[in-house]
Write a protein that binds this ligand. Structure first.
Ligand code: Q9C
Ligand code: ZN
Length: 670
C-alpha cells in the first residue's frame, strides 16, 4: 500500500503550433518539470509508477457526447490551418494532431488512478496529465481542456464501484465550470472550487462561478464556489477556506473518495493566478484532506504554468501523499479582508444546505444579512508585503524526514499494546540522575515507579526536538500525568523550543509557574464552561456531539495551532478526559499538520490500551476512524466555542468569524 504515480511520456506530445499568447503557457515542459522535480527529490522511486493507457470511447462517453468525441478524434488527420480554425471555435483551446491521443491518455490516467485506489492497490495517488480537464464540457473543449478527466473519473467511480458520495476539491485557480455543469443536479458529487473571480472580471467571466451558484434540484448545496475577488491570496487565506468552508462541509458529507482537481496556478509565481500561496501550502491542503474518505485521495493535474512553482507544489503534494511530515508554512497567518468576505459569501449561500454551517452561525449575534456592513477605507490586498522577496527562492531542499516515525514509551509491552507495524517501542531513557533532577522539581507528585517512564518520555521528547523521532506516545500512571506534562513543558523550554502548544484534556491543572509570555499556548479541555486567563491560556468543555467536536477542531484548535506555529505539540490525556478513541485519533491526526508531525502524546496506562493503540495509528499516519453520524452541536457547545473565539479573535486571526469585529480592526490598522 502506498502512493500511485500515473504518467505517460506521450502526454508531452501535444503543443501549440501557432502564435497565441493566451495558449502558449500550456506547454509540454509543464509535465517534464513536474516529473524532474519528483525524480530529483527521490519521490518518483517511492511511488508505484503506472503507465497510463488511453480511455476507451465508452469511458469518455460517461461525460462527453459521441459527436464531440468523434470531432476530437478527427483532429488527428487535420493539417495546421484546419486545426487552427477548429481551435478558434472554442475559448482558449488549441488542437494538435496528437491531442486526441494525449487527451485519451489523460482521462485514462485518471481512471487508472481511481481503479488503483478503489481496488486497494494503493492508498492514494497522483496522475500527471496533459491536457488538463476541468473546463471541458459535454460537447465542448475549453480553457486548454479537451476531456474532463476528473469528471470522467467520478462517473467511473460511481458506475463501476457503486460509490454514493464523491468529493471533488478543485484548487486550481480557475473555476472548473465543466465539472460544475456535469454534476450540477447530482447530490452524489460534492464539487468545491475556489477561483480567481474579481467580481466576474476574470476568465471565464461567468456569473455561475459566484458563490450563489449552489447546484440545482437534488444537487442544491453540492456545488460550492469560493470566488476570490482579489489576487494575492496566500497561505492564510487558503487555510481559512479549508478550515471554515471546505472541511466542515466535507465532514458532514462524509465522502467515500476524494478527487482533487490539482491545478497549481493557484500557487505563487503563476502568471495566470497572481496568487501568493507557497508550495508548502499544498502539503498542508493535502494533509488536511487525508482525514477524509479513509485517505482515498486521487489527485489529477490541472493547471500550473510557472514551471518551478509547479514542480515544487507537485512535490509537496506527493511527499504528503507518501506520508512525510508537512514543512512549516511561512508568513503571517492572517487572512485578508477580501478573503474573509468571500468566505462569508459562501456561508450565506450555503447555509440552507449544511447543518455544519448553521451551527457555526446560529448562536452568533450576527445575521447573514449583516455582512453588508460597508467597508471603511481601503482593504488590504493580502498579508504578504508586495515587495517581500519571493519565498520560492532559496528553498531547494526539503527538510529531512526523521528516521523513526512513531515511538511509544511504556512499561506496558508493545505486544500487549498491539502496536501497528512500523511503530517502535522505545526502551532508551535519559540517565537516571537526570531524570531524578527533573523529577525533584515536582517531588511530591512522582512515585518511584513513574521515574522509569519519565526518563523514557524525556528521551522521546529529545528525539522529537532533535529530528530523530517524528512523534511519540508516552504512557504514565494516572497520578503522574500532570507532573509529567509539567516536566515536559519545562524540558521543551530549557531545550530550545520557541513555542510549545499544550493540549491538556481532562483534569490537568495549569502549572502554577506556567510561562505566559507567548512561549506556551495552554488549552485545557475540561469542565462545563469555557474560561480564559490570557490570550495564551484558556479552557473549554469537551463537546459531546460530532458537530460540536468538529467545530472544536476546525474552528478553534487548528486555527490557533496554525496561528501559533509551535515547534512541538504536547497532547496529554489526563484524568476524566472523556475523549472517545475516534475523537482522540482525529485530534492527533489533524494536529500533525501545523506542527510538522512533532507531537508527544501523554496517556495514562491501564484501562486505555485501545486508546494508546488508536493514537499510535493516527500519529503514524493512518486515517482516524469515523466519529459516527453527523449530529448538530448543542447550544451549550456552540456558546462555549463562540465565547472563546470572540475573546481570542483579536490575537488569533485565523479564528475568523464576525465581520463587525473585523471592520473595527481594519479601521485600527488604517
Ligand atoms: N489571462 C487551466 O488552468 N486564459 N486552464 C485565461 C486570462 C485561459 C486555464 C486568460 C486559461 C485556461 C486548466
Ligand atoms: Zn487553471
Amino acid at each position: 500500500m502506498g502512493t500511485a504515480l500515473v504518467y505517460h511520456e506521450d502526454m508531452t506530445a501535444t503543443r501549440l503550433l501557432w502564435d497565441d499568447p493566451e495558449c502558449e503557457i500550456e506547454c509540454p515542459e509543464r509535465l517534464t518539470a513536474a516529473l524532474d522535480g519528483l525524480r530529483q527529490r527521490g519521490l518518483e522511486e517511492r511511488c508505484l509508477c503506472l503507465s497510463a493507457c488511453e480511455a476507451s470511447e465508452e469511458e469518455l462517453s460517461l461525460v462527453h457526447s459521441l459527436e464531440y468525441i468523434a470531432l476530437v478524434q478527427k483532429t488527428q488527420t487535420l493539417d495546421k490551418e484546419e486545426l487552427h480554425a477548429l481551435s478558434k471555435q472554442y475559448d482558449a483551446v488549441y488542437f494538435h494532431p496528437d491531442t486526441f491521443h494525449c487527451a485519451r491518455l489523460a482521462a485514462g490516467a485518471a481512471l487508472q488512478l481511481v481503479d488503483a485506489v478503489l481496488t486497494g492497490a494503493v492508498h492514494n495517488g497522483v496522475a500527471l496529465v496533459r491536457p488538463p480537464g476541468h473546463h471541458s464540457q459535454r460537447a465542448a473543449a475549453n480553457g486548454f481542456c479537451v476531456f474532463n478527466n476528473v469528471a470522467i473519473a467520478a462517473k467511473h467511480a460511481k458506475q463501476k464501484y457503486g460509490l454514493q458520495r464523491i468529493l471533488i476539491v478543485d484548487w486550481d485557480v480557475h473555476h472548473g465550470q465543466g465539472i460544475q455543469y456535469i454534476f450540477n443536479d447530482d447530490p452524489s458529487v460534492l464539487y468545491f472550487s475556489w477561483h480567481r473571480y474579481e467580481h466576474g472580471s476574470f476568465w471565464p467571466f461567468l456569473p455561475e462561478s459566484d458563490a450563489d451558484a449552489v447546484g440545482q434540484g437534488r444537487g442544491q448545496g453540492f456545488t460550492v464556489n469560493l470566488p476570490w475577488n482579489q489576487t494575492g491570496m496566500g497561505n492564510a487565506d487558503y487555510l481559512a477556506a479549508f478550515l471554515h468552508v471546505l472541511l466542515p462541509l466535507a465532514f458532514e458529507f462524509d465522502p467515500e473518495l476524494v478527487l482533487v482537481s490539482a491545478g497549481f496556478d493557484s500557487a505563487i509565481g503563476d502568471p495566470e493566478g497572481q496568487m501568493q500561496a507557497t508550495p508548502e501550502c499544498f502539503a498542508h491542503l493535502t494533509q488536511l484532506l487525508q482525514v477524509l474518505a479513509g485517505g482515498r485521495i486521487c489527485a489529477v493535474l490541472e493547471g500550473g504554468y510557472h514551471l518551478e512553482s509547479l514542480a515544487q507544489s507537485v512535490c509537496m503534494m506527493v511527499q504528503t501523499l507518501l506520508g512525510d511530515p508537512t514543512p512549516p508554512l511561512l508568513g503571517p497567518m492572517v487572512p485578508c479582508q477580501s478573503a474573509l468576505e468571500s468566505i462569508q459569501n459562501v456561508w450565506t449561500a450555503q447555509i440552507p444546505h449544511w447543518t455544519s454551517l448553521r451551527q457555526i452561525l446560529s448562536s452568533s449575534t450576527h445575521s447573514p444579512e449583516g455582512r453588508s456592513l460597508p467597508l471603511l477605507g481601503e482593504s488590504r490586498t493580502c498579508a504578504v508585503a508586495e515587495n517581500s522577496p519571493s519565498p520560492l527562492l532559496d528553498r531547494s531542499c526539503l527538510r529531512p524526514t526523521p528516521p523513526v516515525c512513531t515511538a511509544v514509551a511504556s512499561t506496558v509491552s508493545g505486544s500487549v499494546l498491539a502496536l501497528p507495524p512500523g511503530v517502535l517501542q522505545q526502551e532508551k531513557s535519559v540517565l537516571r540522575g537526570e531524570t531524578e533532577a527533573w523529577a525533584r522539581l515536582h517531588k511530591s507528585r512522582f512515585q518511584d515507579e513513574d521515574l522509569a517512564t519519565l526518563g523514557k518520555s524525556l528521551c522521546l521528547l529529545d528525539g522529537i526536538l532533535d529530528g530523530q523521532v517524528r512523534n511519540a506516545i508516552a504512557t504514565t500512571t494516572a497520578l503522574a500525568t500532570a507532573a509529567t506534562l509539567d516536566v515536559l513543558i519545562q524540558r521543551c523550554l530549557a531545550y530550545r523550543s520557541q513555542r510549545v502548544l499544550c493540549v491538556a484534556l481532562g483534569q490537568l491543572d495549569r502549572p502554577l509557574d506556567l510561562a505566559d509570555d507567548g512561549r506556551i499556548l495552554w488549552l485545557n479541555v475540561r469542565g462545563k464552561e469555557a474560561a480564559i486567563w490570557s490570550m495564551f491560556h484558556f479552557s473549554t468543555p469537551l463537546p459531546q456531539t460530532t458537530g460540536g467536536f468538529l467545530s472544536f477542531i476546525l474552528g478553534l484548535v487548528l486555527p490557533l495551532a496554525y496561528g501559533f506555529q509551535p515547534d512541538v505539540v504536547l497532547m496529554a490525556l489526563g484524568p476524566a478526559h472523556g475523549l472517545q478513541n475516534a475523537q482522540a485519533a482525529l485530534l492527533a491526526a489533524m494536529l500533525r499538520s501545523p506542527v510538522g508531525g512533532r507531537i508527544l502524546a501523554v496517556v495514562e496506562e491501564g484501562s486505555i490500551l485501545q486508546l494508546a493503540r488508536t493514537l499510535a495509528q493516527a500519529l503514524f499516519g493512518e486515517t482516524p476512524p469515523s466519529l459516527g453520524p453527523f449530529a448538530m452541536a448543542s447550544p451549550e457547545e456552540i456558546q462555549a466555542l463562540m465565547f472563546l473565539k470572540t475573546q481570542l479573535e483579536p490575537r488569533w486571526k485565523l479564528l475568523q468569524l464576525l465581520h463587525r469585529n473585523r471592520d473595527r480592526q481594519t479601521l485600527e490598522i488604517n
